[in-house]
Ligand binder design. Structure first.
Ligand code: ADP
Length: 348
């Protein structure tokens, strides 16, 4: 396993448009440091607060935590907050970096007592590591195989107590025995426009720029329910304001975001490509996920974990046992007459 997986920086691994070190540093600087700064997700915040307070009063490490939900909704941020609020060190890793049980053994045995271990994309860990993790989470112990063949023996290794914070965009892919070992699981929901406005307001003030209410609302509307996108769009608006020497008016916001192919309700190029394929190539569906993914030149996992949740949430796409379908709202958005509507017109 590479040393990179152990770094404690704010690397934004799931940002599909990384803009270089400075942008990542800004993204990191905008992260809330405490639950009180964390916007929205009221229920999850309350539950986490209780979990942390109880652990603090009993002087023990908080229970293991599983956070699920689409990218950019605050899973990594919450893991950092758990470490920060409980005054514990944080170690960052990710499922794809743990491809052998040995990778996990090295990681776990190097944790300091009480450390918070964050594993992003925990569903992508190797199977053998997953099994090792069961025992580690439950008994803070791992069994290591020494030797090969008939002479192989297993040696138990005691670990320091730790808190695992696992994050996943695909909680359905987690095996039940792993899911059951988390003392607390939470699903993060997309944010409302009013919550995203607060994210934009907070980030704008941290970046030292002023965006009036209407401009903030326009950014929030186009952020796909996702704080990471809100912050990214805000940075593009900031660039536009700087280059064109203008204030953060809705017109400036509109002009800046048009440049980046973000439409009026926040759909980006890939969202529109998926809807376009569904409607034009597959006559509204149903169509299978893999076929849809191949048609737009993307991985099925990206369609399933990034594109689809939001399109389903805003009622543009439906999931049926036979595949994905486009709804009447999607036809309207693309300015295409839906087959149902066409049939009604025909009957008139
Ligand atoms: P995930 O791990 O779910 O992909 P992150 O925790 O990396 O998402 O969040 C992405 C960015 O969005 C962070 O840099 C943070 O600044 C911002 N962010 C996420 N959730 C919130 C929130 N609830 N309030 C304010 N900012 C947030």
């Amino acid at each position: 396993m590479s040393d990179e997986a152990y770094t404690n920086d704010f690397d934004d691994v799931s940002d599909p448009n990384p803009q270089g070190d400075t942008e990542l540093a800004i993204e990191g600087a905008l992260r809330p440091q405490s639950l009180s700064e964390f916007v929205g997700q009221r229920k999850v915040r309350g539950q986490l607060q209780l979990l942390l307070d109880a652990a603090h009063m009993q002087g023990r490490a908080p229970d293991h935590i599983l956070l699920s939900g689409p990218p950019g909704l605050g899973k990594t941020t919450l893991a950092m907050i758990v470490a920060h609020e409980s005054g514990r060190a944080l170690r960052l890793s990710s499922g794809p970096a743990i491809q052998h049980a040995g990778d996990l053994a090295a990681l776990l045995s190097s944790l300091t007592p009480g450390e918070v271990l964050f594993i992003d994309e925990v569903h992508r860990m190797a199977r053998s590591a997953e099994e090792m993790l069961y025992l580690a989470m439950e008994d803070f112990r791992i069994d290591i195989m020494v030797g090969k063949g008939a002479g192989a023996t297993s040696v138990a290794l005691e670990l320091s107590p730790f808190t695992l914070v696992g994050a996943t965009t695909r909680s359905g892919l987690l095996p039940n025995p792993l899911r059951d070992r988390f003392g607390f699981t939470a699903h993060l929901e997309f944010y409302d426009p009013s919550e995203l406005e607060r994210v934009v307001e907070r980030s704008a003030s941290m970046l030292g720029i002023e965006i009036p209410g209407e401009g903030r609302a326009e950014i929030a509307r186009r952020s796909r329910g996702t704080p990471r996108i809100a912050n990214r769009l805000l940075r593009r608006v900031r660039d536009y304001m700087l280059v064109h020497d203008t204030g953060g008016t809705p017109e400036a916001v509109h002009a800046a975001l048009e440049l980046y192919d973000v439409d009026a309700i926040g759909l980006d190029r890939l969202d529109r490509a998926v809807l376009d394929a569904l409607i034009h190539r597959f006559r509204g569906g149903p169509v299978g996920l893999n076929t849809l993914a191949v048609t737009v030149g993307e991985e099925p996992e990206t369609i399933e974990s990034v594109v689809e949740p939001y399109l389903v949430r805003i009622g543009f796409m439906g999931r049926t046992p036979r595949g994905r379908i486009a709804t009447a709202l999607a036809y309207d958005h693309l300015g295409v007459v839906s087959p149902d509507h066409a049939a009604k017109l025909h009957d008139l």
